[in-house]
Write a protein that binds this ligand. Structure first.
Ligand code: SPV
Ligand code: MG
Length: 431
């Protein structure tokens, strides 16, 4: 009897890569591709870059595929249990170490065998490469955020200030409670974009400089991006910023209702921040919405009432006005060390507005769990500065170690091996 080989049709169906997998698999038997349905993607909190039909068409034209199954579970474990193939192909370049380990255990359940593309049976360490070969057009990227919000209702975003950070958002994945967890989106932070340039977060780094950085970031990533545009500048200028962001493929812009010299919201002490009037800020929101050319782009209005001690009623009044002016959602910010005022806002806001996006940045109240925020109707949680804050102490420690020893050997202990650096961006094989 012909043996069967299961191949998982994962997120980024890159035709050449997938065809190579199928070619390797078909040496063992008839290739059955478990093609993950869009619903299974959404349930796992991810967005497929192509919808099911588009992915099916790609797989369909690959030579050697005997059957395509609609796979309704993201990791494929239930499908494998049902199918009980003779072989299961595990792509160590694409599947995580945890995937590999679980597939191996599962294959043992019915004496199936795991084939790994590197010929290493069950090697738990996947290669962490930035093997981003799947092109994403600006419009594909732009609409991802709305699709994610519509289907899964919750987006987890992490700050990026370089293409390398983007690659971390793209690839970082852990297993939590039996599910693989990753980031859905990137946050382009004014704070970290300024700090990496050694400048304060006062709108002194202009959008042209930041947008040039986004271009490079988008070269090596596929996930959607929310852009922190500070105050958005003059209403007359904001429309131009919206157009530039849309052209690049940014999914949403966030503007905050501060006026004058903008200071970072988490800056303690008397930062003498003033606010835009509700009318003026609403006018700016409307100007941005009028300028956008796609239906998918979103303008999020950030409310600074708690930052300026103006209270809950003020925050709610502003939220209502901003949504009426056309904002697709609101970001409610706080620098309290507990989430009480955020919870109070969410509860009241969701009573009167069930559909606008609700965004939070829990830097100062970091004890809060995503599940608690979700339960209060939050749709987007932004981890706004963590890659910058993690990297600087590590760089400083390496620099100090060199100074302390008068040589660099000891710094190796704080640094990744050179081979891993090369593996991050391996480049093409020489012909
Ligand atoms: C940023 O990341 O630049 C933000 C969020 O605006 S915060 O720093 O908390 O104000
Ligand atoms: Mg900012």
């Amino acid at each position: 009897m012909t043996k069967t080989v299961y191949v998982r049709g994962a997120d980024d169906i890159d035709e050449a890569h997938f065809a190579a997998n199928v070619a390797a698999a078909r040496k063992y038997g008839a290739v059955v591709v478990g093609l993950i349905t869009d619903e299974a993607f959404w349930r796992s909190g991810r967005a497929p870059r192509l919808d099911f039909e588009a992915r099916r068409r790609i797989v369909d034209r690959i030579e050697g595929v005997a059957q395509i199954l609609s796979q309704n579970d993201y990791d494929g474990l239930a499908t494998l249990r049902r199918l009980q193939p003779d072989y299961c192909l595990c792509d160590l370049n694409a599947d995580t170490g945890a995937d590999a380990g679980r597939l191996l255990a599962l294959a043992g359940e019915w004496a199936g065998q795991l084939i790994t593309l590197e010929g290493v049976r069950g090697d738990p360490e996947p290669r962490q490469v930035l093997d981003f070969e799947f092109g994403v057009t600006p419009s594909m990227r732009l609409r991802q955020l709305r699709r994610l919000l519509a289907h899964s209702g919750f987006v987890r975003a992490l700050e990026v200030h370089s293409p390398l950070c983007g690659a971390i958002v793209e690839k970082a994945e852990v297993q939590r409670q039996g599910r693989s967890m990753g980031f859905d989106a990137m946050w382009s932070s004014s704070l970290t974009d300024s700090t990496v340039r050694g400048k304060p977060d006062i709108e002194v780094v202009d959008h042209s400089a930041r947008l040039a950085g986004l271009n490079e970031l988008f070269d090596v990533t596929s996930k959607p991006l929310l852009y922190d545009a500070d105050t958005g500048g003059l209403a007359e200028h904001f429309g131009y910023t919206v157009r530039s962001l849309e052209r690049l493929g940014v999914s949403a812009v966030v503007i905050e209702d501060k006026a004058g010299l903008k200071r970072n919201s988490l800056l303690g002490g008397d930062s003498r921040q003033t606010r835009e009037s509700i009318d003026d800020f609403s006018y700016k929101i409307a100007a941005g919405k009028a300028a956008q050319t796609t239906r998918d782009f979103a303008v999020i209005a950030r409310i600074e009432s708690f930052i300026l001690n103006a209270g809950l009623e003020d925050a709610l009044e502003r939220a209502k006005a901003y949504v009426e002016a056309g904002a697709d959602g609101v970001l409610i910010h706080s620098r309290a060390s507990d989430p009480d005022e955020i919870f109070a806002f969410c509860d009241r806001f969701r009573k009167v507005d069930a559909s606008s996006a609700l965004v939070v940045v829990p830097t100062s109240y970091g004890d809060v769990y995503e599940s608690e925020l979700r339960a209060r109707g939050v749709n987007v949680v932004i981890y706004a500065n963590h890659l910058l804050r993690a990297s600087y102490p590590a760089m400083l420690r390496a620099a100090q170690t060199i100074l302390e020893h008068g040589r660099c050997r000891e710094a190796d202990a704080h640094c990744m091996p050179m081979e891993e650096v090369f593996r991050l961006a391996p480049g093409p094989e020489r012909r």
